[in-house]
Design a protein around this ligand. Structure first.
Ligand SMILES: Nc1nc(=O)c2c([nH]1)NC[C@@H]1CN(c3ccc(C(=O)N[C@@H](CCC(=O)O)C(=O)O)cc3)C=[N+]21
Length: 286
């Protein structure tokens, strides 16, 4: 048996088609949604992600607002760009690309983003709203995972879900989303302190791995027919000296899983589609 594909790329394309229609409807009201990005430094990976986001914007009809600062930028310079985007009525939402250089206080920057313009959904106020069940922009990767499962009719109600990783951007908020009344999944949040990881993953109907450890989930850790979502992205240098990105799920898992969202082609494109969705939703409320 080979796992069915949960095709994040195709699903994200369908979502972008839907967004294009919503952007047209906004245009009739004289509103053009705007997404801002703040990039500090010249990391090629970060540049590639930010370029991808602006390409997505162009495809959907969202205006791009791009701010770039050098790698040696000061805290004041970053604060100034954040204050400018907070005040700019053309910017409905924006992200500060992470990681930031070491001289910048990341927490201070993220906390100074206006919560209602937080396109990532990672501002402490918005994570707090998520905990409390209030309306808020949702974190893009967790939202993209739930949307991908929904569009492939993978049942969440009553499902046993093992989430591997408790990071602030994926694992922790994903547990919050999946345990909302509207999803009603039962979540086991596993982490580096989990004593018997395989016992938890083998008991799960859905295994979502966001640990950043290549090959962490192996075939014997997966119940035959289970749904597997690979959220890992780790840069590794191969024997040929070339760098590439790899996920957390071992290739053999394909032989046991019922369905799999691979890396690449799974959660990454969904994350980008949810970023656009957050911005369009915010513009629709304006
Ligand atoms: N403030 C902030 N928000 C982020 O959302 C954020 C960030 N900082 N820093 C870095 C990570 C990483 N990230 C990715 C998003 C999409 C792909 C993606 O689309 N990947 C493709 C492959 C690459 C491609 O085709 O371009 C895939 O998985 O198929 C990858 C990585 C967002 N991040």
């Amino acid at each position: 048996m080979t796992a069915n594909l949960l095709d994040g790329k195709a699903t994200a394309a369908a979502i972008k088609d839907e967004l294009r229609g919503r952007v047209k409807a906004l245009a009739e009201r004289g509103i053009v949604p705007g997404l801002g990005t703040v990039l500090v430094g010249e990391d090629p990976g970060s540049q590639a992600y930010v370029n991808g986001k602006h390409r997505d914007c162009a495809e959907v009809g969202i205006a791009s607002i791009r701010r770039e600062l050098p790698a040696d930028a000061t805290q004041d310079q970053v604060d100034e760009v954040v204050a400018e985007l907070n005040a700019d009525p053309a910017c409905h939402g924006y992200i500060v690309q992470l990681p930031l250089p070491g001289q910048i206080d990341t927490q201070r920057v993220l906390e100074s983003i206006a919560p209602d313009k937080d396109a990532d959904g990672l501002h402490p106020v918005n994570l707090g709203r998520l905990v409390l069940g209030y309306d808020a922009p949702l974190p893009c990767t967790p939202r993209g995972i739930v949307e991908l499962l929904r569009r492939y009719d993978v049942p969440l109600r009553g499902a046993e879900v093992a989430v591997v990783g408790r990071g602030n951007t994926v694992g922790r908020p994903l547990g919050l989303l999946l345990t909302r009344r509207s999803e009603n999944a039962t979540v086991t949040l596993c982490h580096t302190g989990t004593l018997d990881l395989a016992a938890h993953t083998r008991a799960a109907d859905i295994v979502i791995v966001a640990a950043g450890v290549p090959g962490l989930l192996t075939a014997e850790m997966v119940r035959p027919g289970a749904v597997v979502i690979d959220v890992g992205i780790t840069r590794v240098v191969g024997a040929d000296g070339k760098g590439h990105y790899t996920g957390d799920v071992d290739a053999e898992v394909r032989e046991v899983a019922g369905a799999i969202a691979p890396m690449p082609g799974g959660v990454g494109p969904m994350t980008r589609a949810m970023l656009l969705t957050n911005v369009v939703e915010r513009a629709e409320r304006s």
